[in-house]
Every structure is written in structure tokens, then in C-alpha cells.
Design a protein around this ligand. Structure first.
Ligand code: DGJ
Length: 391
């Protein structure tokens, strides 16, 4: 009841804040200043912000801080080159999850030639977490250096004293240089492999599983492409990323300030070819949602479960149910948002990519709930948070 009242109050406050003052005084608004007001999610449709502009926060993630949700994502631009970082990472804020205020560019792509985050680099899937000990907001993101395609496979760090930024770029790196995964058998560390094995052959698969690429990248650091962050109940944070040429996902522990890697990490399903990770916790267990690797094209989602973040992890299959479940409803995962103050209430956040015109990419937000102990995502043309009521 209290929550319901607070939600209604928040809605009224937000509604008032969205009305231009001149409109209130004169009793009417000029037509071109009409602000859209949302009371539901409409997956796949244009979703406008408080400036009536399609939200530009792709591959995003959400930080909940001081009763406000902050949505960070890739600012895409028009046309073929629109996936490169010409602007940076954009931030929006909301108290009701339907209506988002444009908070501007949180991390700007740099004008400085040679900077790791130079305009024209690739900055993807930014995620922000708050560090209680340092009071800093910590952003990590997938970084590809300008002009190098997707070969750099680095992770980038930026920090700020405010949730909305501006964030200052700190460094980029390949994690876990010269470190072995925690569960990597001693006997395999010195094992050698042929390096010219043909991809996808049984011998190659076996070598990948045993650590062919892990060893190849040990000197330079492990590859880090699609990524997410997760903060556990004990305050420990983890960086989860597609590694080993996207063949194997790694879960890596971050230091107490969240700004470095401790060197402790584990490999998940070597050779499983998973990307687009999103990790959340329910009833003491960890769930990792991912996609397969088909570039910008959608494929079937898959979800994994573990009682300990270091494993063992088991596969629960595809959480999507119904028509187009095999294509994740034409989307790819980016984040799972736990709804504050509710049990068994999550939002699946996905991207419907439009690589020919990246700025037109759409957001697929759908309810995720546990049905018979299995995380389940179903399509809805339109829905709102009342769907979680009574759970
Ligand atoms: C799929 C990834 O999930 C995206 O974030 C992006 O890296 C594209 N691949 C690039 O093809």
C-alpha cells in the first residue's frame, strides 16, 4: 500500500516536472513543446525521452541510486558509421522507469588523436556501479580502438563523483594478464597445443576447451568484448565478459574500489560461444543470461544458474517462451533490472539492433519472472509494472 502510494506520488511529481512552466501558467502549450508522458512499456516502438527525442542509450545498463534509476548506454548516430563512438555514453534518469529525463553525455568520446576513447573508437555496453567505500561512480565499458575493428577487445574504465557524470576516462586494458582461472588444473598449465588447428573441428574444440586461446592471450591479457557488471550482496563486484574470441565467457573479480581486476577469474562453458551477458541474483542463486554470437542479428537466448559465482554453472536453456522465442523476440540481452522493493520482479532489457542506421535501434523491455523455478520471458505488445503485483 505504502509502495503504491509512493508510486502514485512519484508519478504526480514526475508529471508536474515534465510540464513546461509556461504551459502551466498560460494553461496551454505550444504544439511543438508537447511532452509525451508514458504509463507503460511498448517494446520495439520509438521511446521518447523528456525532450521528446528517441532515447539514445543502446547496449545499456541501469544504476539504482538514491531512489533514482540511471540508464547508461551507447549514443549511436545516423548511418553506417553510427556504431562508432562519435559522442560517447549517454545517461538518462527516471523514478518510474517509463519516463526518462535526458541527463546528457556522461562520458564524452575524445577529440584528442591517439586517445583510447578517440572519436571513431567503439564504446559498447557501458555499465555503472556505485562504490560505497570511495563514494565514486565507476563505469566500465567494452572498448575497441579506432581503426582496429574488433581486434583490440579491451575493457575501459571511467569514474565520476556524480551519477550523471561527467565521467573521466582512467584506463583501458585486457584483464587477467598472466593469471590462471581459479579452477584451471595444474596439469594443463604446461600442456602445449598445435596452434594451426582448423576452427570448429573436434580437435580444435577440445583445444579451445583446454585453453588454447587462454594461453595465447596470457601475456597480453585476456580478451574482453561484450561485458556487464554485477555487485553482490557483500559489496564485491564482478566484471563479466566474452573472452577468447567470444568463445568463452569469463567472470572476473574487481578490487574493493571496483577500479582494477584482482586476477581471480573463472571460465564459463569454454567454447560455448556466448555474449551479451546480464547477471542477476534470485533467492540466493546467480543467473547469467546471454546470447549466441551472430553479430547484430538476433539468436536464441540462454540462461545459466549457479549457487556460487565461481561455479559450477548449469545451463537452464532458453528463458523465452512463445512466438519468436528462438530469436529472443528479435533482440539481444543487455541487462536484467531487479525492480526495487519487489520479489521475483525483473525487467529483461534487450536491444533490437539496426546496424544500417544504429540510432534507430529499439529497446525491448519485457517482464522476467520465475515460473516453476525457471526464469521466464514472454512477449507483451504493451505492459506496465502492475504485471508484478501479487507476486
Ligand atoms: C554483438 C554484440 O553483442 C554487440 O554489442 C556488438 O559488439 C556487435 N556484436 C558487433 O557486431
Amino acid at each position: 500500500m505504502k509502495t503504491k502510494f509512493r508510486t502514485q506520488l512519484n508519478t504526480i511529481v514526475l508529471l508536474l516536472s515534465l510540464l513546461p512552466v509556461s504551459g502551466l501558467i498560460s494553461g496551454c502549450q505550444p504544439k511543438d513543446q508537447v511532452v509525451q508522458y508514458h504509463q507503460s512499456f511498448k517494446p520495439g516502438e520509438i521511446w521518447v525521452d523528456s525532450d521528446s527525442i528517441h532515447i539514445n542509450a543502446h547496449g545499456g545498463g541501469i544504476l539504482f541510486h538514491d531512489n533514482t534509476y540511471y540508464w547508461f548506454g551507447e549514443h549511436k548516430t545516423e548511418g553506417r558509421g553510427g556504431n562508432t563512438a562519435l559522442v560517447g555514453v549517454r545517461c538518462y534518469s527516471s523514478t518510474d522507469l517509463y519516463n526518462w529525463k535526458n541527463e546528457g553525455v556522461a562520458l564524452s568520446a575524445s577529440d584528442e588523436p591517439g586517445s583510447d576513447i578517440e572519436k571513431g573508437s567503439v564504446i559498447e555496453r557501458p555499465k555503472v556501479i556505485y562504490n560505497e567505500k570511495t563514494g565514486k561512480f565507476v563505469m566500465w565499458f567494452h572498448l575497441e580502438l579506432k581503426g582496429q575493428g574488433y581486434s583490440a577487445a579491451r575493457t575501459g574504465l571511467a569514474v565520476s563523483d556524480q551519477a550523471t557524470g561527467p565521467y573521466t576516462f582512467v584506463k583501458s586494458l585486457r584483464p587477467n594478464q598472466k593469471e590462471w582461472p581459479v579452477d584451471y588444473p595444474e596439469s594443463m598449465k604446461s600442456q602445449e597445443y598445435k596452434t594451426d588447428l582448423k576452427w570448429w573441428t573436434p580437435a580444435w574444440r577440445e583445444a579451445i576447451s583446454d585453453g588454447l586461446f587462454l594461453k595465447r592471450d596470457s601475456e597480453e591479457g585476456q580478451m574482453s568484448r561484450d561485458m556487464t557488471l554485477f555487485v553482490d550482496d557483500d559489496g564485491k563486484a564482478y566484471h563479466i565478459h566474452s573472452s577468447e574470441d567470444n568463445l568463452t565467457m569469463h567472470i572476473s573479480e574487481l578490487t574493493d574500489d571496483y577500479q582494477s581486476f584482482t586476477g581471480k577469474y573463472v571460465r564459463l562453458f569454454p567454447g560455448g560461444h556466448n555474449e551479451a551477458p546480464a547477471l542477476f541474483k534470485y533467492d540466493g542463486s546467480y543467473y547469467l543470461l546471454a546470447s549466441g554470437c551472430t553479430g547484430w542479428d538476433p539468436n536464441d537466448a540462454r540462461i545459466f544458474k549457479a549457487d556460487n559465482i565461481w561455479g559450477p554453472w548449469e545451463s537452464l536453456g532458453n528463458p523465452c517462451v512463445g512466438e519468436d522465442a528462438d530469436l529472443t523476440f528479435h533482440s539481444q540481452s543487455t541487462y536484467i533490472l531487479p525492480i526495487q522493493g519487489k520479489e521475483n520482479a525483473y525487467i529483461y532489457m534487450g536491444d533490437r539492433w539496426t546496424p544500417k542506421n544504429p540510432i534507430d535501434g529499439r529497446y525491448i523491455w519485457l517482464p522476467l519472472t520465475f515460473e516453476n523455478e525457471k526464469p521466464t520471458i514472454r512477449w507483451h505488445d504493451e505492459w506496465n509494472l502492475s504485471i508484478f503485483e501479487g507476486r
